[in-house]
Design a protein around this ligand. Structure first.
Ligand code: CUA
Length: 293
């Protein structure tokens, strides 16, 4: 049988195209690691996210030497947490779910891109080598604010990354002669121990305390300053550890005049440790104030 040369050429070209198409589809579905929102994660009740162990508090968790897990909630019209912060040289597994309607979790400039469906948990593992800032966008139309739904992913250099939380509980106003207590709590959410120094600066005084916070633990310490040494007036204070600081102002007056309601509120909001102090002040203040008037 004689086949015309051109016909042979077209036959070969058609075969090459078919093989080429099959190859690209195979590479796209297997080689790039693209998968559907997996079934491997159990379903989740969207209305009960607040009570969920993983999504009740959206966050990044340190789970292994260079391994992190990020629990992300997408809802109209934001992503939580925002920003998401992870270190370089890390392997991060994102678990993303939606609270209300279908969204997406797409990190611009990376191959992180998934649909986020209420009731399902999308899982993706990504390695980050270079520091950078990436925008997160939603690319599933989810309502009137869809175009504003965005978040940030910060990949910070490994040596600048930590998961420390500092909080300070202190009095706003005290009477001359009282002792000012600064209750400092330091939470270390990394797995490694954190060795740090907490410092309090107030007036001319600087107090320091070495702290070792075990991985995943919380340490508390209290700085006390005698208000007699500070004198009357407003005193700005700063409590610092590593890159974190909290500051405020302590007002020292000769005699306090306060209405009891406010003071009571303060005492209620305060940490357990400070309640005693506040109450004592209450009594003293009220007496003093009334005498004055
Ligand atoms: Cu969320 Cu569009």
């Amino acid at each position: 049988m004689n086949i015309h040369t051109y016909e042979k050429l077209w036959l070969v070209a058609a075969m090459v195209l078919i093989v080429g198409f099959i190859a690209t589809i195979t590479y796209g579905s297997v080689g790039l690691g693209i998968t559907m929102v997996g079934d491997q994660q159990p379903t989740i009740e969207p209305s009960e996210l607040n009570d969920d162990e993983r999504f009740g508090e959206p966050r990044v968790e340190h789970v292994g030497e260079n391994e992190y897990e990020a629990y992300v909630v997408a809802q109209t019209f934001a992503f939580y947490p925002d920003p998401i912060e992870v270190p370089t040289n890390s392997e991060v597994t994102f678990y993303v779910t939606a609270r209300d309607v279908i969204h997406s979790f797409s990190v611009a400039g990376t191959n992180i891109n998934t649909m986020v469906i209420p009731g399902e948990v999308a899982e993706m593992t990504v390695e980050f080598d270079e520091p950078g800032e990436y925008g997160i966008v939603c690319n599933e139309y989810c309502g009137s604010g869809h175009h504003n739904m965005e978040g940030m992913l910060h990949v910070v250099p490994e040596d600048e990354f930590d998961m420390t939380e500092l909080s300070v509980d202190a009095d706003d106003e005290l009477e001359l002669g009282d002792e000012a207590a600064f209750n400092v709590s330091v939470e270390n959410r990394m797995l490694d121990d954190l060795e740090t120094t907490a410092t309090l600066e107030i007036g001319d005084e600087t107090l320091e305390e070495e702290l070792t916070v075990a991985g995943g633990d919380l340490e508390e310490t209290t700085f006390t300053v005698d208000t007699t040494d500070l004198g009357e007036g407003e005193h700005d204070w700063t409590v610092a550890i590593d890159n974190y600081e909290e500051s405020g102002t302590l007002t020292v007056v000769e005699e306090l005049e306060t209405d009891d309601e406010n003071e009571d509120d303060d005492a209620d909001n305060g940490a357990d440790g400070s309640d005693g102090d506040d109450d004592e002040n209450d009594d003293g203040e009220t007496d003093g104030g009334e005498d004055d008037e």
